[in-house]
Design a protein around this ligand. Structure first.
Ligand SMILES: Nc1nc2c(c(=O)[nH]1)N[C@H]1C(S)=C(S)[C@@H](COP(=O)(O)O)O[C@H]1N2
Ligand SMILES: [Mo]
Length: 553
């Protein structure tokens, strides 16, 4: 407390009769109601019209690449949860301040909530896939928030009609009067009795408001289920491939015998997920269309039934990798994919020889630019409809995504694919290229130590060092491990399933007591030895050897 506040006559009653915490609380409660009502309306209008989701999407779009990289590195696949939680914390802080400010001027609070509402409207409507209707949740939320704020300010600022009997509870006064004017009068008069609080009314109203907020949020979740495509997805039967994946030899998966080693195939629920969508787009199978536009001689529009009904479907095992994967990172996974052979599909549509880039568009407006040549020539490139024996999971691009083995996902693996435009690299910069990532990005050869984990302590003695290595389209020929400054030792490799699939490697090792540095490097079937030159993921993928410290005791 400062001396100024102690001076008689300058003392602000609001600081001493408990109004300030209540004002802040009023702000918080109003914000909760705004968000709850917005979620409820978003449940009617569509999940991605939720202001929290829409604003989060904008934040993702506007976030500088280094910050994004930090977020992915720090929070991994929880990056979006972290974003939503962070947004809510910021909103809560802003709401507390707005509530405080509203004690002085209700207009401030109204303007503040209005500004947040406007932000929500702009974020929802200006998305690539935004519609005018998407403004509704933010508008309704802001209106509800403002109403609640004004209601809550009343008992905080309304003077009692008659002096309260000493020790008694203040009586309810007349309902008329603008709250802010009253408060100003009260503050000017410095009359504590005149500003007596109606705490009971305040808490009652707050309680009701919190109930409304919670009911809105919960109702929104229930309503959202209408948009769910889980049932429609489950009702689909995957067609049989004309060309099944080559059989994987029994015992090919070394993970069965080595604890901590990544399995050869990644289960769908364990498959890494990287995209800019806070809520994965929900596409109803019956509504889905895939069209080809631009430099095609015979462009077409295809339903999901058209794709499912084709007689040339292929099934292939492919390891998908993210350009954001750090050395030793986990943004890679292997699945058995089912789909339409991409080269055949593009030729059928008469793709012109002048096209260098296919701009793939997802239903949420994301653009991914794939090189036309790789799309035509890469063996096993496909429009995937199946993943490990199921229709694509929603998070992995249901109902259709592109896959081109050998290229990082951001230049090849467009999820929720709805349009392929044949064009040139000169004519268009796709989303990540606009953000200065390389326009063409073949996957770099990589190897990773899965076990022992970095910094682990374990008993001295025999123990497997193991991990995976990949060099899609070329294949892995050799993996070597170096312990401390000893010679490189060859690891055993799992049987090669396909050049597009990673190989597991295992090296049993007798650990002497003490600290050790383990380093791995791979050699491709084309003879390329993995470089030790360290590069960050930006702009075209990380390089360098994975090296970890462990201690045998
Ligand atoms: N529509 C859309 N497709 C996308 C992305 C995206 O953000 N939106 N991210 C790409 C990136 S960077 C990668 S690495 C892969 C990841 O695919 P997954 O999430 O199925 O593992 O999807 C690609 N396809
Ligand atoms: Mo990626």
């Amino acid at each position: 407390m400062t001396i100024t506040e102690e001076l008689p006559g300058r003392r602000l009653p609001a600081r001493h009769d408990g109004r300030r915490p209540l004002g802040a609380l009023a702000g918080l409660v109003s914000a909760a109601v705004a968000l709850g009502v917005a979620e409820l309306v978003a449940g009617l209008v569509g999940p991605s019209s939720s202001p929290v989701v829409a604003v989060g999407d904008v934040v993702i779009t506007l976030t500088p690449e280094p910050v994004k990289a930090f977020a992915i590195a720090t929070f991994g696949e929880q990056d979006k949860v972290a974003l939503v939680v962070g947004t809510l914390v910021l909103v809560a802080l802003a709401a507390l301040l707005l509530g405080l400010g509203s004690l002085r001027s209700a207009r401030l609070g109204v303007a503040g909530i209005g500004a947040f509402g406007l932000l929500g409207v702009l974020a929802a409507v200006l998305r690539p896939a935004g519609r005018a209707l998407d403004a509704l949740p933010a508008v309704a939320g802001a209106a509800a928030g403002i109403t609640v704020l004004l209601l809550l300010l009343r008992p905080l600022t309304r003077p009692v009609a008659a002096p309260a009997p000493s020790g008694g509870r203040p009586e309810a006064g007349p309902r008329d009067g603008v709250a802010a004017d009253r408060l100003r009068e009260v503050l000017a008069a410095g009359d504590r009795k005149g500003g007596a609080l109606d705490r009971r009314r305040f808490f009652l109203a707050s309680g009701v408001a919190v109930g409304v907020a919670a009911a809105g949020g919960y109702g929104g979740r229930l309503l959202r289920r209408r948009f769910d495509v889980a049932e429609a997805r489950a009702a689909l039967t995957l067609p049989r491939p004309a060309s099944p994946a080559p059989a994987v030899p029994a015992g090919a998966d070394l993970a069965a015998g080595v604890a901590g080693l990544t399995p050869l195939f990644t289960a769908n629920r364990d498959f890494y997920r990287v995209d800019t969508a806070i809520v994965a787009p929900l596409v109803r199978p019956a509504d889905h269309r895939l069209e080809t536009t631009g430099m095609f001689d015979s462009p077409g529009t295809y339903t999901l039934a058209d794709l499912f009904g084709r007689t040339d479907l292929i099934e292939r095992d492919i390891t998908l990798t993210c350009v954001s994967n750090e050395v030793g990172g986990g943004l890679a996974g292997t699945a058995r994919w089912l789909g339409v052979p991409l080269g055949a599909f593009l030729r059928e549509n008469g793709v012109r020889s002048g096209s260098s880039q296919l701009v793939c568009r997802s239903v949420d407006g994301m653009t991914i630019g794939a090189p036309t040549r790789a799309a035509l020539e890469a063996e096993d490139a496909m429009l995937a409809i199946g993943m490990n024996g199921e229709p694509l999971p929603v998070e992995h691009g249901f109902p259709v995504r592109m896959l081109i083995p050998g290229l990082y996902g951001y230049v090849s693996a467009c999820k929720w694919l709805t349009r392929i435009e044949a064009t040139t690299f000169d004519a268009f910069d796709a989303y990540w290229v606009e953000r200065d990532w390389a326009a063409e990005a073949p996957i770099k050869i990589a190897s990773r130590i899965d076990t022992p984990a970095a910094l682990r302590r374990f008993p001295a003695g025999r123990r497997a060092i193991a991990g995976v290595a990949w060099a899609q389209t070329r294949g892995i020929a050799r993996v070597e491990v170096r312990v401390d400054d000893k010679d490189w030792a060859d690891a055993d490799l799992s049987p090669a399933v396909d050049a597009d699939v990673w190989r597991q490697w295992v090296l049993p090792y007798e650990f002497a007591p003490g600290p050790h540095t383990l380093t791995v490097r791979a050699t491709g079937a084309d003879g390329e030895v993995q470089t030790d030159r360290r590069a960050d993921p930006f702009p075209d993928g990380a390089s360098g050897w994975h090296s970890i410290q462990v201690t045998a005791a």
